[in-house]
Write a new protein. Structure first.
Length: 172
């Protein structure tokens, strides 16, 4: 049975839905997080995407055209960030579809690579498996904290900012 999935660019009127989904995920964000994302979208620096299944908002993600991670920035690699599917809609291929949607957008703009990251604690297990399955590989720069490389011997908390950055060559 196929599901009717749509991906759309978020707009100001979507702010309540974005906050509802964030609450459903049990996540916390700064109060101006989505406002900032939409402002950056209006400047062409990001795409804030909402995925819906059968007309119900099921998740969201951000395609950052200008990521702060220095290696991606230097090489001009966009990054998929903050990809979330609310629990009631998981295990239906939705995250895969959003990733492919972002890859298509990047490919259409002439990008040859895509970046993505996952956290290193167990709640990122599904993302870790999915991103590798989809062809993403570590970028070879080691672990980051808040998108900055960690030097040998440094100590950082194991939280959502401790990540491994991945890259994938986009096929034409």
């Amino acid at each position: 049975m196929s599901i009717r999935l749509t991906v759309r660019k978020a707009a100001t009127q979507d702010l309540p839905s974005l906050w509802d989904m964030t609450r459903d995920l049990g996540k916390t964000q700064d109060v101006d997080y989505f406002d900032k994302c939409l402002r950056l979208q209006s400047q062409g620096k990001r795409e804030v995407l909402i995925v819906s299944v059968e007309d119900k908002d099921a998740g969201y993600g951000i395609l950052n055209w200008v990521p702060k991670y220095a290696p991606f920035k230097k090489l001009g690699i966009p990054e998929i960030q903050d990809l979330n599917v609310i629990p009631a809609f998981r295990r239906r291929g939705i995250a895969t579809d959003v990733i492919q949607y972002c890859e298509d957008l990047a490919r259409d703009k002439g990008y040859q690579d895509m970046g993505i990251a996952f956290g290193l604690h167990s709640s990122y297990g599904a993302a870790q498996r999915l991103y590798i399955k989809l062809g993403y590989v570590p970028d070879g720069q080691g672990v980051t904290y808040d998108r900055k490389q960690i030097a040998y011997g440094d100590f950082k908390p194991v939280d959502d900012d401790l990540c491994l950055m991945l890259i994938k060559a986009l096929e034409k």
